[in-house]
Design a protein. Structure first.
Ligand SMILES: Nc1ncnc2c1ncn2[C@@H]1O[C@H](COP(=O)(O)OP(=O)(O)OP(=O)(O)O)[C@@H](O)[C@H]1O
Ligand SMILES: Nc1ncnc2c1ncn2[C@@H]1O[C@H](COP(=O)(O)OP(=O)(O)OP(=O)(O)O)[C@@H](O)[C@H]1O
Ligand code: SF4
Ligand SMILES: [Mg+2]
Ligand SMILES: [Mg+2]
Lengths: 337, 388, 356
């Protein structure tokens, strides 16, 4: 298939006064054109840091990529190793926004309050495309219309505070789409919004993805959203990918105890029976357990889990799981499914 | 059955105690109490810590001015007017021998061309500096009669002026220490009034709002619409000239607090407005807590540290204000001494050229003001101990 | 007091025509220039021992209703009759002193576990606060009670001397639960108590709440914007839009047979996984209008796909369906249109087959 992005064993650490925070600690996935990768996990598991690392948006004084590779495959030309490019250089600036665009979690804070929506979209266009101001403005109006903002000719001259939350998120999407990116990274684009607005935004993103054959990375903590939009899902816990599988497998045949726990904790309409939460809560960034990071909360934990970190076991063409229960080389009872 | 997933251990509601124990050993952040966190944050700010130590020393010295100052503030010597600072020596410049600390007395000689008094060291007379020397009697802490000074000339006839002397031959160093009593206490008293008035009015107008708040805010805006120094000057000038110096001192304190309370009151009001919308206040209200209880249990503890920061940062403003007024001659009056008043000696440009040591009080003002600002900075870090 | 209408013996709270209009002040003299009609004529009953879910978009007035019931706000107009030992009392009218005994019976649980606990107080003191306020028991008795409560909500008595920052989000929410339960209320208003929590912790708190309800016979009004949470915990659901109730019905019926177009739109907005593909769904256009100038007639008519002329002019009352008194709906077309349930018949068959 048409792979556009390939991430292998990515590790991004924060070096702060109190020590090292291993925010992303071994993330691998590949992304195909026209497909949606869902990244799901609880708060603090490193979803946003992963996406910011791909965009090279983290300041190198604070965060360091300590291992791994991020390969971007442009439409023509040689693959680009994003971990090697200068995070403030021209090369990444050409890719950022133009080929890989991002929508942020907070629609309120990611728009600049002192510029009109139109100015902000035009800036994005003028940065990457050699067009006149008039063309850029026309394009800005076009994308605003595309994302369903009524009366875009008037709205283009309004300021962010004159937009409602949902409309701001649409404006963000308009900005992200203004250069027809090949990859869109959406970091919790609907978390701050009502269900009805969330439905509008998801519908919009999916439609644009379909029309432009765009690859989408959908980051969220909401499994219900993942179930609706994703083709392939990676489940993250404490900076690591614990399971990676096609969406139907994740929901119908989850392998990792954490994925199983998440699904058992998830209220789903019509499921009826009592929720079975995972015990305890996600440890703080400084207290990563030894061995398997899920071991303190895992119902199937074995001695080995506490001592050794499980590697990724390949279970199928597109399915991996990082759990000792799936180690075929030793005898374990496979009671997980 | 739900076919989704494995036989996860069933969540038992009341059997969780042991499980949580396992999680107790955590990040140290979670092990410290609020107070410990605050102290840790403060200690992490080196400049603030240094400033705090410096201020403690300065205040101790001024508090025990009689002991630390070699002379009293009024002790004059007409033979040594405008004497320059005298060097404290350990080594004899001629022989190169080392001695215990000593100084050479100064002898005035009139320069017959300029008619200025010029001082030269009398090298023949080496006068040792003595510690815990007996000298002028004073009242330690205002009550205990005593006459021991930390250091001084071993020969009462030969005076030691380590920072020079003034027009009447009074020791500048001693006068600075005594002046610190006024300058630094004006800061403290002014800010105490500021806190008392500002936080009460601010809390009330934030909590009750309505007409009272409206009136208070308009009054504050009016006061703040004047430039600070001219307003101070106008108010200070209104203090009756026939008042005794102590009254004038109190008057100046009030004048300085008159503007400062407005800033603090706004701060307090803003805090109350935001705190009273916190859910824990709502929870208390929904349980029927009285207003007094909410203010006491929820508002004050959460406001106190912010108020202290604002107040700390208001001290240097007050100190500067007093200095400015006294420097201009409308602040405290002789025989009281204050840093601003001392600096008044340097008001004429030729004095600065001829007697540059009259600027020493300015240095003390600078040090105190900067130290307070660093301290305020450090306290500000402390106020929000939860941010890492 | 108003002449008592017939109120069923199992009704713990009866709300009639509740309104809360927040004045909008502007200018130097703070003149009132308009009103935010946060709650605009709402009537419902809460039955003892049930969980009544309250859903609606942001700004629809859910929190405001909750705060009226615990009397953080005094309603502009309306009646709220609460069942005490002495019979029904209209708590909308009571003053501060008269409210004091009632406050022991109605407590509130808050959304944000960070702002609902005073960071400078110890967990034990936080939980004991309502006991302190009502001067219940001696200091020693209070301490024992708090330790019991801590055990009860799954925290352990050793948490007594902790500070909130030393707890995780879920643990903090448990402290909030313990505080609300410390004076043995009968009615608890839960204002989005799990919205700020992670999925795994959210499930813990939901289970805790339902276990406590069973054990202590509590009644909940459960506010949420997440319909799947509401479906899990509630016996009945009220759907709110722009300060008005659109529909009340038993939970199962809301999802299987919605009768208000807004309910239908909400259900359709919930993300849903259809095996092996994506669905095309109907999404509600536009944003919720401003509660300062709500639309005339049916407040939902500006976004309703079924709206007719009558909807623009006449306000439909909330009334029971003729064939189903358990369901009340405020829509002119309630009996004419057939609405989509959450699962289509086809999906339901698949789901049931899966479960079998
Ligand atoms: N600037 C930073 N400095 C230090 N640590 C950071 C920084 N940004 C993130 N982290 C840490 O990295 C970890 C991962 O954070 P990240 O923001 O990726 O989480 P997330 O999965 O996006 O969570 P959420 O669902 O809350 O958005 C967290 O433990 C966080 O504390
Ligand atoms: N104290 C207040 N003063 C003025 N307006 C208010 C006040 N509290 C709420 N409102 C307004 O009343 C309306 C209803 O608010 P409310 O908080 O009850 O909504 P909600 O349904 O709880 O929303 P959310 O899901 O965002 O919590 C909103 O338009 C809000 O702006
Ligand atoms: S490796 Fe062990 S602890 Fe980790 S998830 Fe698998 S069984 Fe649980
Ligand atoms: Mg994030
Ligand atoms: Mg609310």
């Amino acid at each position: 298939m048409d792979t556009v992005l390939e991430v292998r064993n990515l590790k991004t650490y924060f070096y702060i006064e109190q020590g090292v925070i291993r925010a992303v600690d071994g993330v691998s996935f590949s992304l195909q054109a026209g497909k949606t990768l869902g990244i799901v996990g609880e708060s603090g598991c490193g979803k946003s840091v992963t996406s910011r690392t791909i965009m090279r948006l983290l300041s190198p004084t604070l965060a360091r990529i300590v291992a791994g590779s991020i390969k971007y495959y442009p439409a023509d030309g040689a693959p680009v190793e994003l971990t090697q490019v200068d995070p403030s250089g021209d090369q990444i600036r050409d890719i950022r926004g133009n080929e890989i665009a991002m929508i942020f979690q907070e629609p309120m804070t990611s728009l600049n309050p002192v510029y009109t929506i139109g100015q902000q979209i035009m800036e994005a266009i003028l940065l990457h495309q050699d067009v006149s101001k008039e063309r850029a403005r026309a394009r800005a109006i076009d994308v605003l219309r595309l994302v369903g903002i009524p009366l875009p000719e008037q709205r283009v001259d309004q300021y962010p505070h004159e937009f409602s939350g949902g409309m701001r998120q649409r404006a963000m999407i308009a900005m992200a789409l203004s250069c027809n990116p090949r990859i869109l990274i959406a970091d919790e684009p609907t978390t701050a919004l009502d269900v009805t607005i969330e439905a509008q935004i998801l519908e919009l993103i999916q439609q644009i993805q379909h029309d432009n054959n765009m690859a989408l990375i959908m980051i969220t903590h909401d499994l219900n959203v993942i179930g609706e939009v994703a083709d392939h899902v990676i489940v993250m816990y404490l900076g690591q990918v614990v399971e990676s599988a096609p969406v139907d497998d994740i929901f119908e045949n989850p392998k990792h105890p954490y994925t199983q726990g998440l699904l058992n904790s998830l209220p789903m309409i019509g499921r009826g029976d009592r929720l079975e939460p995972i015990i305890g809560s996600v440890p703080g960034p400084h207290e990563r357990p030894r061995g398997c990071s899920f071991a303190p909360r895992c119902p199937h934990v074995m001695d080995r889990c506490r001592a050794e970190m499980p590697p990724s076991f390949v279970l199928g063409p597109a399915s991996d799981v990082a759990c000792w229960l799936y180690d075929e080389t030793i005898e374990v009872s496979h009671d997980a499914n | 059955m739900n076919k989704l997933a494995g036989n996860g251990r069933r969540f038992r509601l009341f059997g969780l105690r042991k499980k949580h124990d396992e999680r107790d050993v955590q990040d140290e952040y979670q092990l410290l109490t609020v107070r410990q966190l605050m102290i840790r944050k403060f200690l992490r700010n080196r400049m603030a810590l240094l400033s705090f130590i410096a201020l403690v020393i300065i205040y101790l010295v001024t508090l025990l001015a009689g002991f630390f100052a070699p002379y009293t503030a009024r002790d004059a010597d007409s033979k040594l007017t405008y004497s320059p600072p005298m060097a404290i020596r350990l080594q004899d410049p001629e022989t190169g021998h080392f001695h215990l600390p000593f100084f050479y007395p100064l002898r005035g000689k009139r320069n017959m061309e300029t008619f200025q008094l010029e001082y030269v060291e009398e090298r023949a007379k080496r006068i040792p500096i003595q510690f815990f020397v007996r000298g002028e009697p004073y009242l330690a802490l205002g009550v205990i009669a005593w006459d021991v000074h930390l250091f001084g000339s071993s020969d009462p006839a030969e005076r030691l002026h380590i920072m020079g002397s003034d027009v009447r031959g009074r020791d500048l160093f001693s006068r600075i220490i005594y002046g610190g009593q006024v300058s630094l206490s004006v800061g403290i008293f002014g800010v105490l009034i500021t806190i008392a008035v500002g936080s009460v009015i601010g809390t009330l107008s934030g909590y009750y709002g309505g007409v009272f708040d409206n009136v208070v805010q308009r009054v504050i805006e009016t006061i703040r619409s004047f430039p600070q120094l001219p307003l101070w000057m106008a108010l200070a000038a209104a203090i009756p000239p026939q008042w005794p110096p102590e009254w004038v001192y109190a008057g100046i304190v009030v004048v300085l607090a008159f503007i400062n309370w407005t800033g603090l009151s706004r701060e307090a009001r803003g805090l109350v407005l935001s705190l009273k919308e916190r859910d824990y206040v709502h929870a208390a209200e929904a349980s029927g807590a009285s207003t007094a209880r909410i203010v006491r249990v929820h508002l004050i503890p959460n406001m106190a540290s912010h108020i202290i920061v604002t107040a700390t940062l208001a001290v240097p403003v007050t100190i500067l204000g007093e200095s400015a007024l006294s420097f201009l001659g409308i602040g405290v009056r002789p025989p009281m001494v204050s840093w601003g008043l001392l600096l008044n000696d340097a008001i004429k440009i030729q004095n600065i050229v001829l007697y540059p040591w009259t600027l020493f009080p300015g240095l003390f003002i600078l040090v105190a003001v900067i130290a307070y600002n660093f301290l305020g900075d450090g306290l500000r870090d402390m106020v929000d101990p939860f941010s890492r | 007091m108003t002449p008592t209408e017939a109120v069923g013996a199992d009704v713990i709270l009866e709300v009639r025509d509740l309104r809360l209009h927040f004045p909008i002040k502007a200018g130097l003299l703070k003149k009132t220039v308009g009103y935010v009609k946060a709650v605009d004529g709402v009537s419902f009953s809460v039955y003892a021992g049930e969980t009544l879910g309250l859903v609606g978009e942001s700004g629809s007035g859910k929190t405001t209703i909750g705060r009226c019931i615990v009397r953080l706000y005094k309603p502009t107009t309306g009646i709220m009759r609460f069942r005490t030992k002495a019979g029904l009392v209209n708590i909308a009218e009571l003053d501060k002193r008269e409210l004091q005994p009632i406050r022991r019976d109605i407590q509130m649980l808050f959304q944000d576990p960070n702002s609902s606990l005073n960071a400078r107080m110890r967990v034990g003191d936080i939980i004991a606060e309502p006991l302190d306020i009502h001067a219940i028991g001696t200091a020693a008795e209070r301490r024992t009670r708090v330790e019991d409560l801590l055990e009860h909500v799954g925290l352990g008595a050793e948490m007594y001397n902790r500070f909130p920052h030393q707890l995780s989000g879920g643990q903090r929410q448990r402290v909030g639960v313990a505080r609300a339960l410390s004076i043995e209320p009968r009615l608890v208003i839960c204002d989005e108590p799990v919205s700020a929590l992670d999925v795994s912790v959210q499930a813990q708190v939901l289970n805790l709440l339902s276990d406590l309800q069973e054990e202590l016979g509590l009644t909940y009004v459960f506010i949420a914007h997440d319909l799947s949470v509401v479906e899990y915990i509630s016996d009945r659901v009220m759907v709110m839009y722009l300060g008005k109730l659109m529909e009340t019905a038993p939970t199962r019926k809301i999802f299987e047979r919605p009768t208000h177009p807004y309910t239908e739109a909400l259900l359709n907005s919930i993300p849903k996984r259809i095996r092996g593909g994506h669905r095309k769904r109907y999404v509600l256009a536009g944003d919720i209008p401003s509660p300062v100038n709500p639309p005339s007639g049916c407040v939902f008519h500006t976004r309703c796909q079924y709206a007719k002329d009558i909807c623009k002019t006449e306000t439909p009352p909330l009334q029971p369906l003729p064939d189903d008194p358990e369901t009340s709906v405020a829509c002119h077309l309630a009996e004419e249109v057939t609405l989509q349930p959450y699962y289509t018949a086809e999906e339901r068959r698949v789901l049931e087959a899966d479960r079998a």
